[in-house]
Structures are given as C-alpha cells and as structure tokens.
Design a binder for this molecule. Structure first.
Ligand SMILES: *Cc1c(COP(=O)(O)O)cnc(C)c1O
Length: 240
C-alpha cells in the first residue's frame, strides 16, 4: 500500500453518542450494526470500542465478518449476520450459535438441515419484505412457509422477525413507512396466530429510531458508526 489512509475515532464522541442512543431506546435492545467492515472503520477495532461503551450485540454483514469478530475479539458478544451466510459459513454460524437472517425458503431449508445434522438449533431472524423490495418473505410467502417453520420448531430458535424500512430518513416517505409498519404488524400477527413465538419483532433502523420512535419495540438496529466520528444531534437541536 503506497497511499495508506487512516481514520481517527473519538472515544469521547462514541461514548456520548452511544449513551444518547441508549437513552432513546430505553429498555429496548440495541443491535449495533457494523456491517461492511464497520462501514470502513475497521470491524474488530470498532467492536472493541463499542463493547467498552456497553454495546453487547452486533449486526454484521456475512459469516466472514462474524468470524473476524470471533477471531479477534476476546469477549463473545451476540452476533447477527444480516446478509450473506451459506455453505460452510452457515454450518459454522449454527455451531457457534451466531444468529442469522433467513430471507427465503432456501436459506430456511439449509438452516434446518444444518441444525438437524448438528443436533442443535439454528438461531434465526426471519425477514419480511414490506416495501423495501430487496429481500425477505412477502406476506403470502410467509404464510405458506409457516407449516415448515412449525415442523422444524425443534431445530429453530426464532430470535427475531424483522423488516427494513425504505427511506425512513425522509418525511416525504411517511405514507410508505406507515404502510410498511402495517404490513409488518400483519406478519407478526400471522406468526403469533399460528402459535409461533417471536422473541424480538424488530423494525426500527437508525432513521426510524429518530423519526418513528414508536417503531422501536423490543429492539432496534442502529448503524453504530453513525456515532463514531461526530456527535449525534438531538432532533430539533441541529444547526443549519
Ligand atoms: C444496514 C442495516 C441497518 C443499519 O443501517 P441503517 O442506516 O439503519 O439503514 C439496519 N437494518 C438492516 C436490515 C440493515 O441492513
């Protein structure tokens, strides 16, 4: 590397911003999202800093990223793989009790097969597609998948049901966010009515924590590195 770049993280700013977010969340669980090498801040370094400030749960992108945290961080925080996990990576995640996203039937099948093989449970978060149009089960797909989830109950630990809002950072998407919330509620009800308990039904991403605090519920996914380099502005206190 002839032109190395470096990044400086202020421990003080991180401390005050994590405290601010925790205050917003109240008793809700904070999932510190650190995907993409902690948004370029350096995954293991950032996780160490955030751990020291009391974050004990992290959302990573892939099994590779989860592996890096397990390999380089002494503490064993709970981990949630939000993106890529398949093959050996999926087997490893099940073995380690690392949580991961299940966004379609294929992955659900792989998760169950792997958990059966290991005589354990896969710790999963089922993703519902409510309007982001990226990944996740549509409501009809989810409904069709319920028998499969029920049948595999002995091999699944359904940690979460979640969705990702499209554009919760902008007021102009208000109607869309409201309709996503309604759709998510229907998905939650669908599982509940089928006798499938969900520990964390989580929909709040970073923008929703600020703009739609009513969506926080039992847990929120916060892009932690938002808090790394500058101070988070309280709503209404920003400067122009
Ligand atoms: C990336 C991601 C987040 C955190 O980023 P936001 O800025 O809040 O969008 C939260 N949830 C999911 C599912 C993500 O992929």
């Amino acid at each position: 590397m002839f032109e190395p770049s470096s990044i400086t993280i202020s421990r003080g700013a991180l401390r005050s911003n994590i405290a601010f977010i925790k205050e917003q969340l109240g008793p809700a669980r904070l999932c510190g999202v650190v995907k993409g090498n902690a948004y370029g801040h350096g995954l293991e370094h950032f996780v160490q800093l955030a751990l020291a400030e009391g974050v004990d749960y992290f959302g990573v992108y892939s099994a590779d990223e989860a592996w890096i945290v397990r390999q380089h961080v002494n503490a064993r925080p709970d981990l949630f793989i939000m993106g890529m996990v398949e093959g050996d990576g999926l087997a490893w995640a099940v073995e380690q009790g690392v949580e991961f996203c299940v966004h379609d039937r294929d992955r659900l099948e792989h998760a169950v097969a792997q958990a059966k093989k290991q005589g354990s449970k896969a710790r999963i978060h089922v993703e519902v597609e409510t309007g982001m149009h990226r990944t996740g089960f549509s409501l009809p797909d989810l409904e069709k998948t319920i028998p499969m989830i029920t049948a595999a109950a002995g091999h699944l630990d359904l940690v979460g049901l979640f969705t990702h809002f499209a554009g919760a950072e902008s007021r102009s998407n208000h109607d869309r966010v409201i309709s996503q919330m309604a759709c998510f509620e229907r998905a939650r009800k669908l599982l509940e009515d089928s006798g499938i308990p969900v520990r964390y039904a989580h929909q709040a991403c970073s923008a929703a924590v600020m703009n739609y605090p009513g969506t926080i519920g039992p847990m929120a996914r916060w892009a932690s590195c938002n808090t790394a380099s500058g101070r988070t502005q309280r709503p209404g206190c920003g400067t122009a």
